[in-house]
Design a protein around this ligand. Structure first.
Ligand code: ATP
Length: 135
């Protein structure tokens, strides 16, 4: 079995969608190993998003991630890293497929693509690194 880091981002928590998102995760059969409400400081987010430093959306992304609490989840399951990303849908909720978290629940935010409800680690290396940051 494998573990991944999932975040319900500030837009998901603020819109009251934490339960709906958790319901999809649980219905898929993944196991919640740990879960906590977090209000990350800038340093935590700089570590988490290190690969995006210098990109045009980096500062807005950090501001967005500090705009309210997120829910951090240590999630386990067979091929959960790839599986959760499939459940989440593509990055921009405007065009994410129906049936996915972003496709069904994400709103069209125009250029504010950073508001896409959830984060999921994209590789075993990222998962190990990110779980260490958030737990
Ligand atoms: P995916 O890897 O499927 O694209 P992700 O959430 O892992 O999804 P990243 O490319 O790692 O996306 O980007 C991290 C986050 O940065 C995104 O979830 C989104 O919130 C924000 N982001 C990414 N690209 C843009 C962009 N072009 N404009 C604004 N925000 C962006």
């Amino acid at each position: 079995t494998e573990e991944t880091l999932v975040l319900v981002k500030p837009d998901g928590v603020a819109r009251g969608l934490t339960g709906a998102i958790l319901a999809r995760i649980e219905a898929k059969g993944y196991s919640l190993v740990d879960i906590r409400l977090v209000e990350p400081d800038r340093e935590t987010l700089e570590r988490h998003y290190a690969e995006h430093e210098g990109k045009p959306f980096y500062e807005p992304l950090l501001d967005f991630m500090m705009s309210g609490p997120s829910v951090a989840i240590r999630l386990a399951g067979n091929r959960v890293i790839e599986g959760f990303r499939s459940l989440a849908g593509t990055t921009d909720p405007t065009t994410a497929a129906p049936g996915t978290i972003r496709g069904d629940l994400g709103r069209d935010w125009g250029l504010k693509v950073q508001q896409n409800l959830v984060h999921g680690s994209d590789s075993p290396e990222s998962a190990a690194r990110e779980l260490d940051i958030w737990f």
